[in-house]
Design a protein around this ligand. Structure first.
Ligand code: F6P
Length: 421
């Protein structure tokens, strides 16, 4: 089997560990392994130029599988230090004497992913591709995969990226037929590529996917927020100030909630559970006042970027600051953590989880048949799981529907089936 892996959507710590695990597990199980640079955009662009030969400098141990020896193409320096602007098609010459210019689908071996467990972001690049959303884009993507003989795809990204993968798989027979009818592939290629195998892994700092307890990158983002809170707490206590901290998470309050618990927040705003009282300003001020009266020298309010009030209006950090200043007379500052939450080295669990899930992804591909659904690899109660990808995506979407219908209990229980008031 020839497996290609891509990362898509917003980057998250641990994506490189996924690539490493899929490449290593794939090779050890006798597969050929490829990376697609720049997410779905790379799939659409494909390879316009043949790869140039690299130096045969790496000594390959004799006892490794043949596929490993064949794929001795040490591209890591190229991937890391090459193309300043990959989407503009790079510059051409790279360290190691190998060029990736005009090549988005690249065969890789063990050496290429060495040490990737510790690297932040995604070294193979990611992009939010508009062209892949068009039928022509997906036709080009199918053609590019078939040209390289690839029959299995691992996608690591959020729910949008995983939906894209499932659409691609369900359209696949139609795409193959169209390519054959246009004479762009041979009959033999069409019959060798009658099906595309797909597996999804969830890479997102938001931890917003249903049917899995944790998404890849969420533990690292949470850790970054905790570090920031520790720093803020000391300066806040020194001046007896209040801080309003805005954190990421899109429509999910997991980062805000867990950061609040680990950092000792006084009040937390999340999308799934707006403040109960109509006037949340009173509710918040009463709570903070009580905390001050028992001797707290500092105040911390965490606002998830998607937080809303009972009327579904956004709650803004700047407005929360004004309320604390005007009503309680607190000297208040706003800190927006932004992308510092997303970047940097993965914490240990964002190396362990993607490694276990990457190995499971390869096994799921090897066992896949045209009848089995595309699986999403998750983790539930500390066990690595396979769940039907589209079921997980549909359940995730139903959280937003419940919020829009103001059914906040339902939204909360869809996020967490164990949830009780
Ligand atoms: O989904 C990950 C995420 O970091 C969200 O938490 C945030 O809303 C969004 O992506 C930011 O996207 P961008 O990097 O495009 O600004």
């Amino acid at each position: 089997m020839k497996i290609a892996i891509l990362t898509s959507g917003g980057d998250s710590a641990g994506m490189n560990a996924v690539v490493r695990a899929v490449v290593k597990a794939g090779i050890l199980k006798g597969c050929e392994t490829w990376v697609v640079r720049e997410g779905y955009e790379g799939l659409v662009r494909g390879n316009t130029e043949a790869a140039t030969a690299g130096p045969e400098s790496v000594v390959v141990p004799e006892n490794l599988p043949a596929t490993y020896r064949e794929s001795n193409i040490n591209l890591i320096q190229n991937l890391r230090f090459g193309d300043g602007d990959l989407l503009k098609d790079g510059t051409g010459d790279f360290l190691g004497g190998r060029t990736l210019k005009g090549r988005y689908i690249v065969r890789v071996g063990f050496d290429d992913v060495r040490g990737w467990f510790a690297e932040g972001g995604t070294l193979i690049g990611t992009a939010r591709s508009k062209t892949f959303r068009t039928p022509e884009g997906r036709l080009a993507a199918a053609h590019n995969l078939i040209k390289e003989g690839i029959d299995a795809l691992v996608v690591c990204g959020g729910d949008g990226s995983l939906t894209g993968a499932d659409v691609f798989r369900s359209e696949w027979p139609k795409l193959v037929a169209a390519l054959l009818a246009e004479g762009r592939i041979t009959k033999e290629q069409a019959s060798n590529h009658a099906h595309l195998k797909i597996v999804g892994l969830v890479g997102s700092i938001d931890n917003d996917m249903s049917m899995t307890d944790l998404t890849i990158g969420a533990p690292t983002a949470l850790h970054r927020i905790c570090e920031a809170i520790d720093n803020i707490n000391s300066t806040a206590a020194s001046h007896s100030r209040a801080f309003v901290l805005e954190v990421m998470g899109r429509h999910c309050g997991w980062l805000a909630l867990l950061a609040g618990v680990s950092g000792g927040a006084d009040f937390i705003f999340i999308p799934e559970r707006p403040p109960v009282q109509k006037s949340w300003e009173d509710e918040m001020c009463d709570c903070i006042q009580r905390h001050r009266e028992v001797g707290k020298r500092k105040t911390l309010v965490i606002v998830a970027e998607g937080a809303i009030d009972n009327d579904l209006n956004p709650i803004r950090a700047e407005y929360v600051k004004d309320v604390l200043t005007d009503r309680l007379g607190l000297d208040t500052r706003v800190t927006t953590l932004g992308h510092t939450q997303r970047g940097g080295r993965p914490v240990a669990f964002d190396r362990v989880l993607p490694t276990l899930q990457g190995v499971e992804a390869v096994e799921a591909l090897l066992e896949a048949t045209p009848e089995t659904p595309s699986y999403m690899i998750g983790v539930q109660e500390n066990k690595i799981t396979r769940v039907p990808l589209m079921e997980a995506v549909a359940l995730t979407r139903s959280v937003s529907t419940a919020i829009e219908a103001k059914d906040f209990d339902k939204a909360m229980s869809l996020r967490d089936p164990e949830f009780r008031e």
